[in-house]
Every structure is written in C-alpha cells, then in structure tokens.
Design a protein around this ligand. Structure first.
Ligand SMILES: NC(=O)c1ccc[n+]([C@@H]2O[C@H](COP(=O)([O-])OP(=O)(O)OC[C@H]3O[C@@H](n4cnc5c(N)ncnc54)[C@H](O)[C@@H]3O)[C@@H](O)[C@H]2O)c1
Length: 322
C-alpha cells in the first residue's frame, strides 16, 4: 500500500515527500506538471504520476492503481492563479477535492489530509485569528478552500472517512515561483541571499503571518499520525512566526545576516488594497498544540532567515536557481 501526495512535486509537497521517503514509505506523487528538479534527491525513491485533480478518472485510477492507504491532498491552484481564473480554480480546487474524497471513500484510502489557508478568514478579522474566528473569505481561493474544509468534515460524519486539515498562513522558503500576494516575505530573504536587489511591492508597515516550509511539511505529517481520538477540531490553524513581522522588520532581520542587502519599496496599489484590512498579529494555533502537540520548530524568525539562506546557497539547483 502506498501514500499518495497530490501536488507532490510542489513547494511543500516535495518537502513532505522527503520526510516520507526518509521513513521508508512507499510514496506516489500525483501532479499535473511534475517538477523533477525539486525532487532530484529522491527521484529514484518515489513514483510520479502525471494527472489532473479536475479529471475524476485520473484521480480515481491513481488511488486505485497504487492501493493508496492515505492521501495528503496538497495539489491545487494558489491565490493569484485562482483569482485570475476562478473557473479553473473551481474545477481544480473544489471539484478536485470532491474527486479526492470520493476516490478515498470508494477505494478505502482511510485518511485524507488537506491543506487550507488563512485566506478562508477574509472580512473584518481582528488582530488575533483563532480556529473559531468567523470565516468570511473574499477571494476565489479562500471561498474554495473553505468549502473543502466543510466538505471534508461532512465526509467524516457521513462516511466515517478520517479527514483532517491544517490551515497555513503564508508559507515561506526558497524557490517559490507560484505567484502569491504575500511572496514578498520569502523574496525579501531570497533576493539578497542571491546577491540581487529586491523592490518590495508592499509598504514597510504591511504584514502577513508566515510559516517556514519545513514546518508546513512537518505539520501535515504530524497531523496524519496524530491519534484519532485526539482529533476534535478537525480543521486547525498552524502558525509559525508569532507575532507577525512587518516588511520593515523582516528587512532589518535580513540585514543582520546580509548587511549589503539592497531592499527598496514600491507598493503596488492592488496588493495594498488586498492587505488594507490585514492586521493579523497572532495566528492562533492553540487547538493544534492542545490536541496533537503541534509546535513550530522555526518560530524564531532569525532561525528562519539563517536556514533559508543556508538552503538556497547550498542547494540552488533544488530550488530552481541556476
Ligand atoms: N504556499 C503557501 O503560502 C500556502 C499557504 C496556504 C495554503 N497552501 C496550500 O498548500 C498546498 C501546497 O502549496 P504549495 O505552496 O506547495 O504550492 P505549489 O504551487 O508549489 O504546489 C502545488 C502543486 O499542485 C500541482 N497542481 C496544480 N494544479 C493541479 C492539478 N489540476 N492537478 C494536479 N496537480 C496540480 C502543481 O503542479 C504544484 O506542483 C496548496 O493546497 C496550497 O493551497 C499554501
């Protein structure tokens, strides 16, 4: 029996695949556009299936052919592509979720782990967001993800499927190319580490909570293995660095490691409009801590910056830097 990871050659999926391979799991990575460079170190230890989440037979066949015992469902379209093409986002993120849950139900993959997002909150959030804060998303991405959280909960109660999910803030790490509104958090470290200037597209005081990619991958693996009786909240916030750093505070930390960093600011009005009401200081993950012992390893922003720089400089090929 295998473990299936949808979006398995993506930014977080590839890191998760490394964790699974290191434990000797039989791993199948399902992806519409496999990124082989990102998994070059484990390429001979995983199977890669090219497939589209939106196509029911492709999902069904992958789950059946590899006799999947569990599914980490990370594949999908992120925020900017989803808003640019909401119709495709509906097919991939929403219909794709139905396809994954149905395939799991019909072929006995007992467990499905899903990755949701801070974007499910949306309107009028206070500076602290908890698992019980009202979710009123304003984007196609957030709307779709919230539906998937609820659908997974329905499959638990209706069919007894062991569905669990984590809600990430902005996940940062080296080599992110999929556009996202909050990517300045990662690029403000990555560009200076590569000796390039960075023109930040938000103002100095803008902030969005972040989680380091190694912690993101570890959290989905942890929740997969948490004892069933501990899973009560089902959909959990997972935080990294708390409180949230402003762009200027990130710049100051980066400059302690790379004093010659060249960082300037030219706020993009559209992005600024998106973050107009974003004042989240605390992305509260106390339920994940209480119920399955979650604890970020990279909660100290200095540790994030140091590891990020080390990763991108020591393994540029893995992160698409040539
Ligand atoms: N990166 C973040 O900041 C962040 C924040 C919150 C939640 N998440 C969620 O975490 C998950 C992983 O995100 P990531 O950062 O690794 O993104 P990513 O874009 O790097 O990876 C997503 C993967 O899904 C694949 N994919 C896209 N459409 C597909 C389709 N139709 N069929 C099959 N595969 C498809 C892509 O090829 C890619 O490899 C996503 O579900 C995302 O919504 C990410």
């Amino acid at each position: 029996m295998a473990i299936l990871v949808t979006g398995g050659t993506g930014f977080i999926g590839a890191e998760l695949a490394r964790i699974l391979v290191s434990r000797g799991e039989d791993v199948v990575l399902f992806d519409v556009a496999p990124n082989y460079a990102r998994i070059s170190d484990i390429r001979d230890k995983v199977k890669v299936v090219r497939g589209n989440l939106a196509y029911w037979p492709e999902v069904l066949n992958a789950v059946r052919d590899y006799d999947a015992e569990g599914i980490y469902h990370l594949g999908g379209m992120l925020s900017v592509p989803s808003n640019a093409n909401p119709w495709a986002s509906f097919q991939v993120n929403v219909v794709g979720m139905v396809n994954v849950l149905e395939a799991a139900r019909l072929f006995g993959a007992g467990k499905v782990i899903f990755t949701s997002t801070l974007s499910t909150y949306g309107l009028d959030c206070s500076s602290v967001i908890t698992d019980t804060t009202l979710q009123r998303p304003t984007t196609m991405y957030g709307c779709g993800k919230l539906y998937c959280e609820c659908l997974g909960r329905f499959y638990r109660s209706k069919f007894g499927l062991d569905f669990r999910s984590v809600r990430f803030p902005s996940v940062i790490g080296p080599g992110v190319r999929t556009p996202g509104v909050a990517q300045w958090n990662a690029w403000m470290i990555e560009y200076p580490a590569l000796g390039k200037p960075f023109e930040c597209y938000v103002s100095e005081s803008t902030k969005c909570p972040v989680l380091y990619f190694k912690d993101a991958a570890r959290s989905v693996d942890m929740i997969y293995h948490a004892p069933k009786e501990e899973i009560k909240t089902v959909n959990y916030n997972v935080a990294g660095v708390v409180p949230t750093r402003t762009a200027k505070e990130i710049e100051q930390t980066v400059k302690r490691y790379i004093p010659e960093s060249r960082i300037s600011y030219k706020p993009d009005p559209d992005v600024m409009n998106y973050f107009r009401t974003s004042t989240v200081d605390v992305f509260d993950d106390s339920k994940a801590r209480e119920e399955w012992g979650w604890q970020a390893m990279y909660s100290d922003f200095d540790k994030v910056v140091a590891d990020f720089i080390e990763e991108i400089r020591s393994r540029p090929d893995r992160y698409g830097i040539v």
